[in-house]
Design a protein around this ligand. Structure first.
Ligand SMILES: Cc1cc2nc3c(=O)[nH]c(=O)nc-3n(C[C@H](O)[C@H](O)[C@H](O)COP(=O)(O)OP(=O)(O)OC[C@H]3O[C@@H](n4cnc5c(N)ncnc54)[C@H](O)[C@@H]3O)c2cc1C
Length: 298
């Protein structure tokens, strides 16, 4: 049992996680904690650190996770809009906490005239998720802009770490220890004209709404693009557009999106992911790897 002495945030038991994900899929968290602020998170972690056997999972906005129907054992810490500070440090650098949404970060950057932040347009989620995934597009990735991060460990200790201590590649970052999570980042952008930044972001959003199915729940692209290839093209070439398992469907608009058409289960989606991998391997001779993080108990 987790104690809540001096904790100001909300701790709930058996919280269904589906509403906390963009796919609207996912079973319960054994414990679900929303910290009031950073000090509250530190205090909560200190109290949990005595319970070594309780696993801890950190969620940003749940836009790149598939949470299994049996849910997540241990504690899920939900940070979206909880660690929420954003400070402009000088003309080019800012410190942003991980619960800030990428939409808010992008709006701030546009306002500052940081046109090189426009790649964030249309990427949902939080700064924590951006950092953990090295999120981005062909126009840029978040770690191109990271100078330093602040991390927290299970004992509540905060460490300042240089970006050079991490290796950020396509949708993958190494350098965090076990039970260490991002809590903030210092980011650097180049100042340009605010109007150019705004126009670039708007053009990206128009392109996304023309090419991506944004009206039904999804996690964005399910698979990473293999080197020199597009996962969407391979899935389409394999004839898989429109393929359905339960209420999980391969989008007809963008084949790398799996849509939840209403009451899809994580099992529907996971079986569809496995089917896509198998069929693409047989017909296109390429093994797709999921970009989405699959979490929880089988
Ligand atoms: C419509 C749509 C379009 C998308 N387009 C893009 C795109 O163009 N490019 C792109 O890269 N992604 C895209 N995504 C995927 C997703 O938005 C990004 O990966 C985003 O950065 C995830 O952020 P999140 O806060 O939702 O992370 P979550 O889904 O909550 O978490 C993702 C992973 O990060 C870990 N994590 C979260 N916060 C922390 C933290 N503070 N410390 C350590 N680990 C943490 C989680 O444990 C999990 O493993 C898209 C998603 C959707 C739904």
């Amino acid at each position: 049992m987790i104690s809540t002495n001096n904790i100001r945030g909300k701790l709930r038991e058996n919280q269904i996680l589906a509403p906390y994900t963009s796919w609207k899929i996912g079973g319960p968290a054994q414990y679900f904690f929303e910290p009031a602020d950073l000090e509250d998170l530190q205090e909560f972690l200190r109290q949990c650190s005595t319970l070594e056997e309780v696993p801890i999972t950190v969620l940003g906005a749940g836009t790149n996770v598939l949470i299994r129907d049996n849910g997540i054992r241990g504690v899920v810490i939900y940070l979206r809009n909880h660690l929420n500070s954003l400070q402009q440090l000088d003309d080019f650098t800012l410190r942003v906490a991980v619960g800030v949404t990428s939409a808010r970060l992008m709006q701030h950057c546009i306002h500052q005239g940081f046109a090189d932040a426009a790649f964030l347009a249309g990427i949902p989620g939080t700064v924590g998720g951006l950092l953990a995934m090295n999120a981005g597009t062909a126009d840029g990735n978040i770690w191109d802009h990271v100078l330093q991060v602040e991390t927290i460990k299970r004992d509540g200790m905060i460490t300042y770490r240089d970006a050079k201590e991490f290796q950020a590649t396509y949708r993958h970052v190494t350098g965090l220890a076990h039970d260490e999570w991002f809590i903030a980042a210092k980011l650097l952008f180049a100042k340009q004209d605010g109007a150019i930044a705004q126009q670039t972001a708007q053009a990206i959003l128009r392109k996304r709404s023309a090419s991506q199915p944004l009206t039904k729940p999804s996690c964005g692209s399910v698979f990473c693009n293999p080197p020199g290839q597009y996962a969407a093209r391979l899935i389409e070439a394999a004839g898989l557009k429109g393929t359905r398992i339960g209420a999980a469907v391969v989008s007809a608009k963008h084949a790398n999106f799996i849509l939840n058409e209403g009451n899809a289960t994580a099992r529907d989606v996971e079986l569809l992911i496995q089917h896509i991998v198998k069929v693409v391997k047989q017909s296109q001779h390429i093994e797709l790897t999921p970009e989405v993080r699959i979490l929880g108990e089988i």
